[in-house]
Design a protein around this ligand. Structure first.
Ligand code: ATP
Ligand code: MG
Ligand code: MG
Length: 282
């Protein structure tokens, strides 16, 4: 295969999106597989996109956590802009949901707890993901879950806060404040996590529609449908986690990923399970 910067030998295609393509490659120096994300060459001339690409690299290089895809290197080879990262052998959470949803509650809770751990680490570094969705969550062969694609994530600096320019993909996981065109906060990430939890448990999206605008309006106006309408076996306490994460008003959401994690830890305890199974007499 082709060599990049004399070091990375490209072996095959892993995936791609609007801005870039991701390849499996081998790091010839450290002799290990890596994933290499290359900015689409026809976009490499666009300064703003090039900046966004490098921002992804820079914001994430300081983040080393088992639930975040580790960025190893960033560089240029001629007009090729690339980012080298940990190779996660497995599938995206999107693919996993398509194959396996509705997931058993314990499985969905385990995945969500790992995501809360990863997001908590990012938030601790002042980094907001802004684009949490199953397509940006990778799962390895041991079931470890890792967040990737911090493409529109940025450090919480004053300058960063005034620049909310972003190339938007799906709006299905977008918080009401983002749908309104406002500034994303840490709590916006928790809203997206709540939507992912709903999707894992039901195999459905809570808000869907004909157009991005109609979906965005539902995020703003419609209450999150009760997951127990679809899954009566789900404990009320787990339903409550989704409702609290997806509160329209960010002030009513969990204050932090740790707070959400704390609730997720208690949700499947034996007494809570019994509580959930309780059927009131007629
Ligand atoms: P853009 O950043 O331009 O929006 P994108 O969103 O498609 O592009 P990613 O989400 O980072 O970029 O990656 C696209 C796909 O490539 C993923 O959905 C996944 O299938 C695959 N992929 C990305 N990173 C890795 C990795 N580290 N290991 C294995 N596969 C990966
Ligand atoms: Mg992506
Ligand atoms: Mg992306």
């Amino acid at each position: 295969g082709k060599r990049i910067s004399g070091r990375y030998e490209v072996l095959g295609l892993l995936g791609g999106g609007g801005m870039s393509t991701v390849y499996l490659a081998r790091d010839m120096i450290l002799d290990r597989p890596v994933a290499i994300k290359i900015l689409r060459y026809d976009l490499a001339d666009e300064e703003e996109l090039r900046k966004r690409f490098h921002r992804e690299a820079l914001s994430a290089t300081s983040l080393i956590h088992p639930n975040i895809v580790n960025i190893y290197d960033v560089g240029e080879d001629g007009d090729l802009h690339y980012l080298v990262m940990e190779y996660v052998e497995g599938q995206t959470l999107k693919e996993y949901i398509q194959e396996k949803a509705p997931l058993p509650a314990a499985r969905a809770v385990d995945i969500m707890m790992q995501l809360c751990e990863g997001i908590s680490a990012a938030h601790l570094h002042g980094i907001i993901h802004r684009d949490i969705k199953p397509q940006n969550i990778l799962m390895d062969l041991d079931g470890n879950v890792k967040l990737t694609d911090f493409g529109i994530a940025m450090a919480l600096s004053a300058t960063a806060l005034t620049r909310t320019n972003s190339v938007m993909g799906t709006v299905h996981y977008l918080s009401p404040e983002q749908a309104r065109g406002g500034i994303a906060t840490k709590r916006s990430d928790l809203y997206s996590l709540g939507i992912v939890l709903y999707e894992m448990l039901t195999g459905k999206l809570p808000f869907s529609g004909e157009s991005p605008v109609s979906i965005a309006l539902k995020h703003l106006q419609e209450e999150t449908p009760p997951v127990r309408d679809e899954r009566p076996d789900i404990p009320q306490s787990l339903e409550n986690v989704i409702l609290k994460a997806t509160a329209k008003d960010a002030a009513h959401r969990y204050p932090s990923a740790e707070a959400m994690l704390k609730d997720l830890r208690t949700v499947l305890s034996p007494e809570r399970k019994d509580e959930a199974k309780f059927i009131p007499p007629p």
